[in-house]
Design a protein around this ligand. Structure first.
Ligand SMILES: [Zn+2]
Length: 97
């Protein structure tokens, strides 16, 4: 969800001696930035601690490599991988950096 709220206020001051009118307009704009909440966390067997996990597609996009290059990095142990019980391969985000 993304929300945006605009507040507009106006202040009018009148000086009776100078007959001068001052108008101050204040505009406040608040914008809500939404961060994805579906962050996967899991135990990386190499780092031996709970880390953020990403899918192979997310890792390939992050590293800007193709599937075969990603598979080579996983096979070489440069990227830490864990297979879930459903067969989905999750990769340790720490090892991508
Ligand atoms: Zn790791």
């Amino acid at each position: 969800m993304t929300g945006q709220i605009n507040y507009n206020t106006a202040t009018v001051r009148e000086d009776p001696t100078k007959r001068k009118l001052t108008v101050t307009i204040t505009k406040v704009r608040r914008q809500t930035v939404v961060v994805p909440t579906s962050v996967l966390r899991g135990l990386c067997p190499v780092c031996n601690r709970e880390v953020e996990m990403v899918t192979a597609a997310q890792a390939a996009e992050f590293l800007e490599v193709g599937d075969s290059s990603l598979q080579t990095l996983i096979s070489a142990g440069e990227i830490h991988a864990v297979a879930t019980v459903t067969g989905v391969l999750l990769l340790c985000k720490e090892s991508l950096c």
